[in-house]
Design a protein around this ligand. Structure first.
Ligand code: GLY
Length: 394
């Protein structure tokens, strides 16, 4: 497994951690996350002290105090891996294990959509990184083979939403799907590796505008493989930059470089990063869509901010020293903002962060605390801590 941790290059982090070391106390923020996890677990217990592991915390709506829970059996529920992932990262293996095992069946039924990757990476892959449990690996390999069945070799990408083929008029691939390639790479199978590389290359070719901003959805003819058109599903418009989509691209291409070491993916990760950074407001947390005409009175998306912060800590390890320094400073500045009273939930609710946008066009989870914002925030803090640890050991 090519985990992020074994890929750290020495030069970049020694230089890069200087900037905000005094300002962002990672341990203080990790303690905060731990306390919020404990509060969540208390909230999730019933009167008899029991937790129903078949429902997963998904979001806390704006102004509410309680987690909205979703059944992990709902086919469209794509967030079931994030809470177990948080528990694995926070060190509660016992509860993490219970939540994780509820998801095993997903690896052995016909794949519903590309989100199988998000679900299994958050739960089983994070669990495998902690435990190296052979059973976890077995489940991950089955899930990877199942995910691979969405691949259309004529198109060269995975079909993201089989249920939406008619709606879009073809084979649809969404930017989010870049994240799920990790499951294919992790499996270590040549066929899955080739599928993941093909998906990343085809997406690179058709899914972006000339200025390296991403479209949300690319639609292809499933018979000929021809690219038909691009559009949005969760962004403001077909020609605007939906921030979480760009965040998935930044994280996704950085991860693809980790597994392939192919220079074109690193170059592309940097290009999509620069396109994102150049559009950020001063505090480093993006508007939910950079093209929303309501800016500066629109909503921010803390989840995109957290995804990018985590990705930038990793990307900083693959680039030259000056760029590494800049990316790390950007990541620290983002985490500093996310760790401020303006963005942390604190006593308001048991999540870590406020102010994420799930699906604005559908009007759902607007300005909410959302579980994946917390997941990537915690991952970013842990990645930064790992760098700091390695720096001080030198
Ligand atoms: N994968 C769906 C989203 O980013 O909202």
């Amino acid at each position: 497994m090519k985990s992020f941790s074994v890929c750290l290059s020495a030069l970049g982090f020694c230089l890069g951690l200087v900037g905000h070391a005094q300002q962002l106390d990672v341990d203080v923020q990790l303690d905060y996350c731990h306390r919020q996890v404990q509060r969540s677990l208390v909230q999730l217990r019933d009167a008899a002290g029991k937790i129903d592991y078949t429902v997963t915390p998904r979001c806390v709506e704006a102004g509410e105090e309680h987690w909205t829970l979703r059944s992990v059996k709902t086919p469209e529920e794509w967030c079931a891996g994030f809470f177990p992932g948080i528990l694995w990262m926070d060190g509660d293996s016992a509860e993490a294990r219970r939540y994780t095992q509820e998801l095993e069946y997903l690896a052995y039924r016909p794949v519903y959509d590309h989100d199988l990757g998000f679900i299994m990476i958050g739960s089983y892959l994070k669990g495998w990184e902690v435990t190296h449990d052979a059973h976890y690996k077995e489940v991950l390999l089955a899930a990877a083979d199942s995910l691979a069945t969405l691949f259309n070799p004529r198109v060269g990408t995975l079909l993201s939403w089989p249920r939406n083929v008619q709606m879009f008029g073809g084979h649809n691939t969404i930017m989010d799907n870049m994240m799920n390639l990790e499951l294919l790479f992790f499996s270590g199978k040549k066929e899955n590796y080739d599928i993941a590389v093909s998906h990343a290359d085809t997406t690179m070719r058709y899914h972006f505008r000339p200025d390296y901003t991403s479209n949300h959805v690319a639609v292809y003819d499933p018979q000929t493989g021809r690219h038909l058109y691009n559009c949005t599903h969760q962004g403001f418009g077909d020609n605007t930059l939906w921030s979480r989509g760009q965040a998935w691209a930044i994280y996704g291409y950085t991860m693809v470089y980790r597994y392939t070491r192919e220079r074109r993916f690193l170059d592309f990760a940097q290009k999509v990063t620069e396109a994102y950074l150049s559009r950020l407001p001063e505090d480093g947390i993006p508007w939910w869509d950079m093209g929303d005409p309501m800016i500066p009175h629109s909503f921010r998306d803390a989840s995109a901010g957290a995804v990018v912060a985590s990705a930038l800590v990793e990307l900083s390890q693959y680039v030259d020293a000056a760029t590494s320094h800049r990316y790390l400073n950007e990541a620290e500045a983002m985490l500093l903002t996310l760790s401020s009273p303006a963005y942390q939930s604190r006593e308001k609710n048991p999540a870590f962060l406020l102010h994420s946008v799930g699906n604005m066009p559908a009007g759902t989870e607007v300005d909410a605390s959302i579980i994946y914002a917390d997941y990537y925030y915690l991952e970013a803090l842990l990645r930064l801590k790992e760098l700091q640890h390695k720096t001080t050991k030198r």
